[in-house]
Design a protein around this ligand. Sequence first.
Ligand code: SAM
Length: 269
Amino acid sequence: MRIDVVSIFPDYLAPLELSLIGKARQDGLLELNVHDLRDFTTDRHRTVDDTPYGGGAGMVMKPEPWAQSLAAVAADRPAEAAKPVLIVPSPAGERFTQATAHELAEEDRLVFACGRYEGIDERVMEWAAGHFTVRPVSLGDYVLNGGEVAVLAMVEAIGRLLPGVVGNPESLVEESHSDGLLEYPVYTKPSNWRDREVPAVLLSGNHGKIAQWRRHEQYRRTAERRPDLLEAFDAAKLPRADRTAFADLGYDVVDGYLVRRADAGGDSG
Ligand code: SAM
């Protein structure tokens, strides 16, 4: 996969030289280029922002440096290649999820446009649709100062799904959100630490029991911390023991979906 990032703070992306993503770059699994938006300005001050039409606080990123930079990135591809995906981090975009990460990990080329100030002149996104598949994407319902932090998070989430990046691909299968649930709690040695015991089942060597305990812990944790995730959970084929586990948490299976019983206690009721 090839990734291009355009930003006025290229140094912000330096952590992408570290750890698994850095190694993936060294191993040639991921090509990542960072471009300075100011290199595509034409005035002495390398200006990238101006006041907003209609008035109001803050500054808006000027369209021309963006068009110049994105055109340069778009031009750098074989004529027959598909349009790259242009991801525009924005709190007003679609929510970035593990499903988005999987979808984007299938692409050959991604381009990220890091906004600053009040964002990028909207016409850039209209113009860019001629060269890219444009996707405004939000990291969550809060406002960051710029798109760089969002890009660090997205590139890490996408990059670790590329074949060969994570040593043991099994670890990707059992993670939080891979099956619509949060991951079970994990423990390592020693088995007794500061008078706290590791759950006995994990020391039993009984793989069936361990798998069931982990699944039930996923249910418990998700019900406690993210009950919203259970609304979409496909419960149609749950074995009896799992239905019982959900019943203990206050959920019944109705038409293949989990429904919280009206008489169930706790915060998520
Ligand atoms: N005025 C914009 C709004 O309310 O939608 C917020 C602009 S924010 C201060 C500057 C830049 O930070 C945005 O252009 C975007 O690139 C980035 N940003 C802020 N919050 C983000 C989020 N939740 N997800 C992704 N990018 C975000």
